[in-house]
Design a protein around this ligand. Structure first.
Ligand code: TK8
Length: 337
């Protein structure tokens, strides 16, 4: 007993002495990290960036200072990706859909009606499939840290309610700069107009486009209800965001610094998904209150849409994506109840 107590005391003492030594021996330099994003500061994206800023500060004793740049003030998703690759900017969060020019495989996530719910998405993005795709960014000068939730995408437009696919005919619909989206919406009869998110509000305001598609949280935080009357709940694609770091910059950090970034990023992912999901529950009521006319698509209509996007799916498969799509569907089936 006595021996045990003295051993415990001794080990406790050792830990007490070693702990501060270990902390101060951590190799962390004071750094300013520019973190760009496309949505507003008050959006779900902005809240999660703020969370990340605070986590980084806490975990580094205030040395790793992250500064968030909202509203694409450092550039559109694609411009920021290039700034990260060149080493002119350290971090960003944006859509995976705009990464297809860098790693083509990301287009697999843009195929419609893959995921039934957020839980399936979490399992795939955090599992080996999502990690394998993120790892493909390494050769291209980017580090994919974690996936956040953008959410299930829905349609808005200023022309008319979309109750059936035919209602999309002739509607100039902004899509992300990504071939799957272009094929999909042209297939539905709309005129797909690829445009960066940062140009979208003005394009709708001036009538350059009639509509767009994004999760309800974004339709709310970007005030699209000011320029869009009709919202159609279609949930046609589950859209992730990915938190990226410049590889050139990241490789120059110490192991301790990288560990802090990785852990803060993981914490931000958990925060962001929970926060976005809670926020999205309020969005429909909010948008209705702002005067939007909202309808859901019937199951029959969604079924027709699935049929109509088959050519876009086949094209993706024929372009060398068949194995990737099979693999993804296999991963989804593993978690599907
Ligand atoms: C924000 C974009 C946005 C995406 C889009 O930078 O472009 O429509 O959904 O979230 O990444």
């Amino acid at each position: 007993m006595k021996l045990l107590r003295s051993v415990l005391l001794a080990t406790g003492l050792a830990a007490a002495i070693l702990a501060p030594v270990a902390a101060s021996a951590q190799d962390i330099k004071p750094r300013l990290i520019r973190f760009g994003y496309g949505l507003s500061e008050s959006s779900n994206q902005g809240r999660a960036v703020k969370f990340f800023v605070e986590e980084m500060s806490k975990r580094s004793g205030g040395k790793l200072k992250v500064k968030g740049f909202a509203d694409a003030s450092l550039g559109s998703d694609i411009q920021m990706q290039n700034a990260l690759i060149g080493g002119a900017q350290e971090m960003m969060v944006g859509s995976t859909a705009t990464l297809v020019g860098i790693v083509k495989d990301f287009a697999v996530f843009d195929l419609p009606f893959l995921f039934n719910n957020e839980q399936e998405a979490d399992a795939v993005f955090d599992g080996p499939f999502g990690q394998k795709l993120a790892a493909k960014l390494n050769d291209k000068g980017l580090v994919g840290l974690v996936y956040w939730e953008n959410g299930f995408r829905n349609l808005t437009n200023s022309k008319r309610p979309v109750e059936k696919v035919e209602d999309l005919k002739g509607i100039k619909l902004r899509v992300m700069q990504n071939p799957v989206y272009i094929d999909m919406f042209n297939g539905f009869g709309a005129n797909a107009v690829p445009l960066s998110f940062s140009e979208l509000f003005t394009a709708m305001e001036t009538g350059t486009v009639d509509g767009q598609e994004n999760p309800v949280t974004t339709i709310q935080s970007s005030k699209f209800y000011e320029v869009q009357k009709y919202l159609t709940i279609s949930k046609h694609v589950y859209s992730p965001w990915i938190v990226l770091a410049s590889k050139r910059w990241y490789d120059g950090l110490s192991n301790d610094e990288r560990k802090i970034i990785n852990e803060a990023a993981a914490a931000s992912r958990d925060f962001e998904r929970k926060d976005s999901r809670e926020a999205s529950k309020q969005s429909i009521a909010y948008l209705k209150d702002k005067g939007m006319q909202i309808n859901e698509l019937s199951d029959a209509e969604l079924g027709r849409m699935r049929e109509m996007v088959k050519p876009a799916m086949d094209k993706f498969a024929a372009d060398g994506g068949a194995d990737l799509l099979n693999e993804l569907q296999g991963e989804i089936n593993k978690v599907r109840k």
